[in-house]
Ligand binder design. Structure first.
Ligand SMILES: *[C@@H]1O[C@H](CO)[C@@H](O)[C@H](O)[C@H]1NC(C)=O
Ligand SMILES: *[C@@H]1O[C@H](CO)[C@@H](O)[C@H](O)[C@H]1NC(C)=O
Ligand SMILES: *[C@@H]1O[C@H](CO)[C@@H](O)[C@H](O)[C@H]1NC(C)=O
Ligand SMILES: *[C@@H]1O[C@H](CO)[C@@H](O)[C@H](O)[C@H]1NC(C)=O
Ligand SMILES: *[C@@H]1O[C@H](CO)[C@@H](O)[C@H](O)[C@H]1NC(C)=O
Ligand SMILES: *[C@@H]1O[C@H](CO)[C@@H](O)[C@H](O)[C@H]1NC(C)=O
Ligand SMILES: *[C@@H]1O[C@H](CO)[C@@H](O)[C@H](O)[C@H]1NC(C)=O
Ligand SMILES: *[C@@H]1O[C@H](CO)[C@@H](O)[C@H](O)[C@H]1NC(C)=O
Ligand SMILES: *[C@@H]1O[C@H](CO)[C@@H](O)[C@H](O)[C@H]1NC(C)=O
Ligand SMILES: *[C@@H]1O[C@H](CO)[C@@H](O)[C@H](O)[C@H]1NC(C)=O
Ligand SMILES: *[C@@H]1O[C@H](CO)[C@@H](O)[C@H](O)[C@H]1NC(C)=O
Length: 524
């Protein structure tokens, strides 16, 4: 698949594993930023993967300005899908939104401030339907999803927002969860589901209501004081072709659990893998028996609320705030440059002072790694790993201990690439390190990520000096940092920055260029 981008930044794709090919991953550890006015073509295979993913610009809060889109990878015809073919496929991007642009948001963070409350929740780049004349001003463009009565649609819902966990629901309709981030789930009905920043889900929704009116589609902020946040709720309209009137009345209620920490976690635990369904390959998803593999390395990654390092507000994992070197890590290895990064990421939190650094996790090729994310911050954080899907085997409140392993789900834990970690709680994941390269592990909440909560896992196959387990460096590689002299000026910057960006602002609201790449998983 060729992917031509006229962008002035890097683009990464949550969940697309870039097998053997971190050269195309589009984060600072693997790629130089694309200079303004230049173009760069990403080339990658979506191998052995099916499902719903999205791409977005990866640098400095640019996702807050848009530029994201869906990537849908379909099964090959010969592989059975564990549900009937839906009558339609609908992609919905939900996310919090600030009137301040991403450069101003960055300035706020640099000045040591919080981002504060967002100014809205957008659905497909559009504002809320006017469900309440006091709360929602007139004249806002809202999203309408047109459907036929009796039909079943696959809704692919992505939280592409900055930092807010959202509760997603459709008035009077069940959400039958079928897939998340490339894995078919045990199919279950939900009336609402919490979707945290960076997560993707597919639901089958049957239009089984009598079309006396349209219905609300709602995405509301989670774990916040509802009475303050109602004005930022995202509302779209589900319109039956035979609908008799507009949606009206109160929105469907969110879970009433402001003081109850268990509802959302139990819901998360209920999302499990359908072990008998085939995914990208004909063999069932459950045939990789992760529960019987011995763990070879354990990392307990503990965050902390933002703190001050060298006079700047930063966030940390195990006391280290990642500071990206100006030479990508992968290029440093390729050219044998020493001192770009250190391979000394601590396996557990240390009592040493917090510091900045480019400290990288030493992964072992073919190893089986256990990572426990311990959230000592006060808000939900989501953690993501590039290059892999991991098995989410446990989460609970309190401090993780060795005994916590007794509670792990060793059978049908969901395999995905982005997991939530509740405040004062931990989430444990298992990952099989079979993909060579440098792979970003990060907070998906953009403020936390920007302030330093990320690292990379380095996976090297010492026995491969050719291209068997890792593809060769692409011809169009860009150079920067200590290697910038290798860069040929082969591109004349053309146009201005704004003309080469596909993010368009219309009347203050943001339109997202939606690029849906539909392809078949490629089989070796
Ligand atoms: C699991 O997948 C199988 C095989 O495709 C399917 O028949 C079954 O209905 C699915 N079960 C659930 C609970 O999702
Ligand atoms: C962001 O907004 C500020 C004004 O608040 C403006 O000066 C700046 O140029 C804007 N940046 C971008 C990238 O649009
Ligand atoms: C609209 O919202 C306001 C403020 O929350 C509330 O007092 C009012 O009852 C709502 N109106 C309707 C028709 O629901
Ligand atoms: C989900 O709800 C629908 C009605 O909306 C029902 O037909 C279906 O049987 C339910 N499926 C499961 C697995 O509970
Ligand atoms: C169907 O719509 C009518 C109004 O057109 C309403 O009176 C009735 O309660 C609705 N039935 C159901 C099951 O929602
Ligand atoms: C929510 O905010 C309102 C208005 O500021 C306040 O009166 C109320 O006490 C808050 N509720 C909670 C649970 O914090
Ligand atoms: C896991 O380790 C145990 C004991 O350390 C050993 O007996 C067992 O064979 C190992 N299992 C695998 C799959 O390597
Ligand atoms: C990284 O791990 C490998 C084993 O996979 C080990 O041989 C090597 O010494 C480690 N490197 C460092 C710097 O710890
Ligand atoms: C953070 O860690 C401290 C010290 O272990 C503990 O007292 C506090 O309860 C923790 N807070 C959260 C939100 O985990
Ligand atoms: C991989 O290397 C082999 C020889 O080592 C070469 O023939 C082949 O073309 C290379 N493939 C790619 C994709 O570079
Ligand atoms: C991308 O840059 C090359 C020069 O390296 C140029 O020939 C090509 O036209 C550019 N493509 C687009 C779509 O602008």
């Amino acid at each position: 698949m060729n992917f031509v981008l006229l962008l002035v930044f890097l683009v990464t794709r949550d969940g697309i594993q870039q097998r053997k090919n971190c050269w195309q991953d589009g984060v600072l550890g693997t790629n130089c930023p694309i200079p303004p006015g230049w173009n760069w073509t990403y080339q990658f295979q979506v191998k052995d993967q099916i499902g719903s993913f999205f791409y977005f610009p990866s640098l400095g809060l640019q996702r807050a300005a848009g530029g994201y889109g869906g990537i849908t990878v379909n099964n090959r015809e010969v592989i059975a899908v564990p549900f009937g073919k839906p009558d339609g496929d609908i992609t919905l991007f939900i996310g919090d939104w600030y009137t301040k642009n991403h450069t101003d948001l960055r300035k706020a963070l640099d000045a040591g401030k919080d981002l504060g409350m967002p100014d809205g929740v957008l659905m497909n780049g559009k504002g809320p339907y006017r469900y309440n004349t006091t709360l929602v001003p007139d004249g806002i463009d809202y999203e309408t999803i047109n459907v036929e009565p009796g039909k079943t649609y696959r809704f692919r819902v992505h939280n592409v927002g900055t930092s807010t966990s959202l509760n997603f629901r459709i008035q009077n309709h069940n959400l039958l969860l079928v897939e998340t981030e490339g894995t078919y789930t045990v199919q279950q009905n939900y009336t609402n589901l919490d979707i945290h920043v960076g997560q993707s889900y597919s639901f089958l929704v049957t239009m089984d209501q009598n079309a006396s009116s349209d219905y609300y589609i709602v995405a509301s902020a989670r774990f916040v004081n509802e009475s303050l946040w109602t004005r930022v709720t995202g509302v779209a309209v589900l319109h039956y072709s035979n609908s008799k009137s507009k949606a009206s009345g109160p929105l469907p209620y969110p879970p009433n659990d402001f003081y109850d920490k268990t509802f959302s976690m139990n819901q998360a635990r209920s999302i499990r893998m359908n072990v008998s369904a085939g995914a990208a390959r004909p063999n069932p998803q459950g045939s990789f028996k992760y529960g019987s593999i011995n763990v070879t390395e354990v990392y307990l990654l503990r965050n902390a609320p933002p703190l001050t390092i060298n006079g700047k507000r930063r966030t940390t994992l195990n006391g280290i705030s990642y500071s990206p070197p100006d030479t990508p890590l992968r290029l440093a290895d390729k050219y044998d440059l020493k001192g770009v990064y250190t391979l000394d990421f601590p396996t557990k939190p240390l009592d040493t002072p917090h510091r900045l650094g480019a400290s990288v996790i030493n992964g072992t090729y073919k190893g089986f790694m256990e990572i426990i994310f311990q959230n000592n911050d006060t808000t939900v954080q989501t953690y993501h790993m590039d290059g892999y899907a991991f098995f989410v085997v446990g989460m609970d409140y309190g401090e993780w201990t060795e005994e916590s392993r007794g509670t792990y789900n060793k059978w049908d834990g969901i395999s995905r690439c982005t997991t939530q970690v509740f405040p004062g709680a931990w989430t444990a994941v298992l990952v099989s390190l079979d993909n060579v390269g440098f792979w970003n592990v990060r907070a998906e909440n953009l403020d936390t990520w920007y302030l330093g909560q990320e690292s990379y896992v380095r996976v090297v196959n010492p026995e491969d000096d050719s291209n068997k387990t890792e593809l060769l460096m692409p011809n169009n590689v860009l150079y920067c940092g200590r290697l910038k002299n290798l860069q040929k000026d082969n591109q004349v910057p053309h146009g201005s920055q704004s003309s080469s960006s596909f993010v368009t602002y219309v009347g203050g609201m943001l339109l997202t260029a939606m690029l849906i790449l539909v392809s078949s998983a490629i089989f070796p």
